[in-house]
Ligand binder design. Structure first.
Ligand code: HEM
Length: 401
């Protein structure tokens, strides 16, 4: 596979490295990372046409050097591409325009601005549990819980009507697929579907501009210099970034807490500290892609201009040079991990994730402290850039009396 394949979402056009082409390796890529890292921290893979980076030091350096290693663009110069509406999202820009837009948005994610979000997280979690678990206690933790709860939380925060959650989820999934396959917006039915999403966000921003409510879209419309396109496209990105990663974090958390037999003693732990170790140990985003803007030297390797570089966050977070006994899960470690990235593109939603995840898990375990995961039917996510599950059937039981 050539290096000009689409790489916007952290892996080259879905092509998996040879060492990760099995469900076992996708679920547990850590031996592959260790083997690679101990051979060399940067390696060129001729099959995928990319440079893979595995050590903590160099992954962090790569994430922080937005000038030499830029985020791949969403669309080419084609303005009639319906995806171009989403181009103005800061995720797809670098340099001064990225800095200016992120500067405007940043304040809305401070703990002070997020005050009050807790109540809506509890009530959305409770109502999803009522729907999903009510009768039998059996559910697919992914589809019935870890996907809809964070989606509904982020929709509530942004100001997207809750009734539209199924439609929004479909758009998010379409967008992910269009981004990482060769399906361009013009050639695929799926891609053309994104024009509807652009229209929806345009109308929503217009509506909130003339009739402000108590939500992020209204605040951005009335209090900032951002254009309507910048508001709409960034809010779409918040839903995109805030849904998948949170789903992965929640399923990884339930999986690890069950494996470590912590669930029955969950009250003895500070979940906000344990979650930082979960983020290190099984980082939802395992890899991010970058393009070299010029020839660069990273570590001892010279990389030509216009090359694709894959920064393996998941490998960095298990680097023994940085973390003592990195394959041991230590609930008290409170690690300096890279799960939220580093440098100018670091995660703007981290404060939300850090408030949201402990509340969702506490609400779940308070009500259903006994969990029986059907380990024989777990399905890992089929991508190397994401670590989590596509299916996690489980039986949840209320406290025994
Ligand atoms: C456990 C949950 C989350 C994880 C692990 C995570 C991880 C990350 C990472 C690694 C990056 C850096 C990407 C890069 O450098 O290419 C990032 C960026 C970003 N995240 Fe998150 N994220 C999470 C939750 C959220 C939430 C809840 C939101 C909602 C607002 C969000 C919004 C964003 C946005 C908009 C960016 C792009 C920032 C920029 O380009 O400057 N994330 N996230």
């Amino acid at each position: 596979m050539a290096s000009d394949s689409k790489v916007v979402d952290g892996e080259a056009a879905d092509s998996l490295p040879k060492g990760l082409r099995s469900n076992e390796a996708l679920h547990d890529p850590f031996d592959w990372y260790h083997n690679k890292r101990s051979t060399a921290p940067i390696q060129y893979d001729p099959n995928r046409g990319v440079y893979d980076v595995f050590s903590y030091e160099l992954v962090k350096k790569g994430l922080q050097d937005a000038e030499s290693l830029s985020r791949p663009q969403l669309t080419e110069e084609e303005t009639d591409d319906p995806l171009s509406y989403f181009d103005t999202g800061m995720v797809w820009s670098d340099g001064p325009s990225h800095k200016q837009v992120k500067g405007e948005l940043f304040q809305y994610f401070s703990p002070r601005m997020l005050q009050g979000i807790e109540d809506s997280i509890v009530s959305i979690t409770e109502s999803q549990l009522d729907t999903a678990i009510a009768d039998t206690g059996e559910l697919d933790l992914v589809e019935d819980f870890a996907v809809p709860v964070p989606l509904r939380v982020i929709m509530d925060f942004i100001g997207i009507p809750q009734d539209d959650h199924e439609q929004l989820l479909e758009w998010l999934e379409t967008f992910r697929s269009v981004m990482t396959t060769e399906d361009s917006d013009k050639t695929s039915v799926k891609g053309g579907h994104m024009a509807d999403a652009a229209e929806y966000f345009k109308n929503l921003v217009d509506e909130r501009q003339s009739n402000p409510q108590n939500d992020l879209i209204s605040q951005l419309s009335t209090e900032t210099e951002l254009t309507p396109e910048e508001i709409g496209s960034n809010c779409f990105d918040f839903a995109l970034a805030g849904q998948g990663t949170m789903s992965e974090l929640l399923t990884n958390a339930v999986y690890i807490l069950d494996q470590q037999s912590y669930i029955s003693e969950i009250d003895d732990y500070d979940l906000s500290v344990v979650l930082e170790e979960i983020l290190r140990y099984r980082s939802p985003l395992q890899a991010r892609a970058r393009k070299t803007t010029d020839q660069i030297t990273l570590g001892e390797t010279t990389i030509p201009a216009d090359a694709t570089v894959i920064l393996w966050i998941g490998a960095a977070n298990r680097d023994p040079e940085k973390f003592e006994d990195p394959d041991m899960f230590d609930a008290f470690r409170d690690p300096d991990h890279l799960a939220f990235g580093s440098g100018s593109h670091n995660c703007i939603g981290a404060p939300i994730a850090r408030i949201e995840a402990p509340i969702i898990l506490e609400t779940l375990f308070d009500r259903f402290p006994q969990v029986d995961i059907d380990y024989g039917n777990l399905i890992p996510k089929p991508k190397a850039s994401k670590l989590g599950f596509d299916k996690m059937p489980a039986q949840f039981s209320p406290p025994s009396v």
